[in-house]
Ligand binder design. Structure first.
Ligand code: C2O
Ligand code: CU
Length: 473
């Protein structure tokens, strides 16, 4: 057996782990394994907060971290504790929901031997990673049940939180909602030099919604307009809490929902320090108190718990649904002298597009009037050429527009919300197109030639055909 393999046991907490897992992972897993049930206390009402509630909360699960170099990844049905010892049937990678977090440095390479132990064909797509077509996990490259596929690609891109999930045409929503998703974090020297919070102080947060059947199993019961489920979940944990020191934390946040937008805020009125998004660090840190983000988008947020006495609770909320997502419990007094940097990165601006293309996101199933056809290539883009792409919609939004094969820079949004938000600066691979909006981006494909995709990342729209193939030539 590969030394870095995580055994599939069908039980998250008892899974055997070896390889590059950190001590923290063992501690976290140990914490979950005791099945600690903590009865929530009545939260004080704070500015902008919700009224007091008494909710039993469970320790936030942190997926184990591993190198993507020579790793065996297995998709299979599994049973996992989603909080308080309640086991749910899910689809999981290596028994984990969410899957293991891959961590690599720019310059490394990934070789991931994938085994499909589902009853249906699937793929693994590395969202945000610039990889050759053969490793991109596109719908044309299905991996049949019982079959292995080696995903191998160089990692030549900026530090960022990317992620992986299935991409089989007409079944992406089902496979993702039933549990198949994980984080893929790239680091690089520029980011390391900032000395950002790390180890226990850097926490991935995969935020989504979920429905359960009466036995507590995860289910997928979508509507064509988009799947909006009734319960929030972070890292596969219902009603989670996280014990924190009174220090600065770095949260790597992914909207892993199928269709739901979240508007994040802290209930004590504190701001987030926004430092990055899909494509890595922004040029400068910015304070924001509310952030709206859509499926597929990522946020890199610092939260400063210094100055909060032990015993303080702070709730990460979703202001759109009025949900409590994650309760931070300040449990340990430490001295954290960290100075949050203002200047983060230098980003070369794309400019002077040689060509303009327009994409109309029509209804819930079409781009420029056409439904996805796996065998049709809709357009060709010259390698290395900067282009302006314009996205419009005539309704049925929100449409989170995602592009494979390159990152892009958002130029403008006209109509609707009529602004480019701080979390849309820098590099992106997914941008929210809402009703009445026209969004323009600049993009240049300088990674690989080959076939890539543009699609709506509302997974029901994608599965119904709001997706197109193009070719970088
Ligand atoms: Cu996150 Cu084409 O997908
Ligand atoms: Cu859409």
């Amino acid at each position: 057996m590969n030394s870095k393999q995580i055994d599939q046991t069908g039980n998250t907490e008892s899974a055997q782990i070896s390889g590059n897992l950190t001590r923290r992972d063992f501690l976290r897993l140990g914490l979950v394994a005791v099945g600690a049930i903590v009865v929530g206390r009545v939260a004080p009402v704070l500015a902008g907060g919700k009224p007091p509630t008494t909710t039993t909360r469970y320790p936030l699960r942190i997926p184990p971290a591993t190198s993507p170099n020579n790793f065996s990844l297995i998709a299979a049905p599994s049973s996992v504790d989603v909080g308080g010892g309640k086991y749910s049937s899910v689809l999981a990678y290596n028994g984990y929901f969410p899957g293991p977090t891959f961590r690599a440095n720019a310059g490394d390479s990934a070789s991931i031997q994938f085994t499909n132990r589902l009853s249906e064909a699937t793929t693994v797509h590395w969202h945000g990673m610039i990889v050759p077509t053969a490793a991109d996990g596109q719908p044309q490259d299905l991996v049949a049940p019982g079959v292995n596929y080696l995903y191998t690609f160089p990692i030549n891109q900026r530090a960022a939180l990317n992620w992986y999930h299935p991409h089989p045409h007409m079944a992406t929503g089902k496979h993702v909602v039933l549990g198949l998703a994980g984080a893929f974090i790239i680091n690089d020297p520029e980011e390391s030099a900032l000395g950002l919070p790390s180890g226990d102080y850097e926490v991935p947060l995969i935020v989504r919604d979920a429905n359960f059947d009466s036995a507590g199993n995860l289910i997928y019961n979508p509507t064509s307009s988009g799947y909006l489920a009734k319960n929030p979940m972070v890292n596969g944990t219902r009603d989670p809490y996280l014990d924190v020191d009174n220090a600065v934390y770095r949260f790597r946040v992914l909207n892993g929902a199928s269709a739901r937008l979240f508007k994040l805020a802290l209930n004590n009125g504190a701001s987030f320090t926004l430092i990055g998004n899909d494509g890595g660090l922004l040029e400068t840190a910015v304070q924001v108190s509310q952030i709206e983000f859509s499926p597929g988008e990522r946020l890199d947020l610092l939260v400063d718990f210094r100055g909060l006495p032990v015993g303080t609770k702070v709730m990460l909320q979703d202001l759109k649904a009025g949900w409590n997502l994650l309760e931070f419990r300040v449990t340990r007094q430490v001295t954290d002298p960290y100075t949050i940097p203002t200047a983060l990165s230098t980003i070369a601006k794309l400019s002077n597009p040689a060509n303009t293309r327009s994409f109309s996101f029509d209804g819930m199933t079409r781009i420029n009037g056409k439904e996805y056809d796996m065998n049709r290539i809709d357009f060709q883009v010259p390698f290395g050429q900067t282009e302006l792409w314009r996205f419009t919609t005539n309704g049925n939004a929100p449409h989170p527009v995602h592009i494979h094969g390159a990152s892009f820079q958002v130029q403008s949004r006209n109509g609707g919300r009529n602004t480019v938000f701080p979390w849309e600066r820098g590099w992106k691979d997914t941008v929210l197109l809402n009703d009445r909006e026209t969004v323009e981006i600049l993009i240049r494909f300088d990674g690989f030639r080959g076939r890539y995709l543009i699609h709506c990342h509302k997974l029901e729209h994608e599965d119904q055909g709001m997706m197109a193939n193009f070719e970088v030539v």
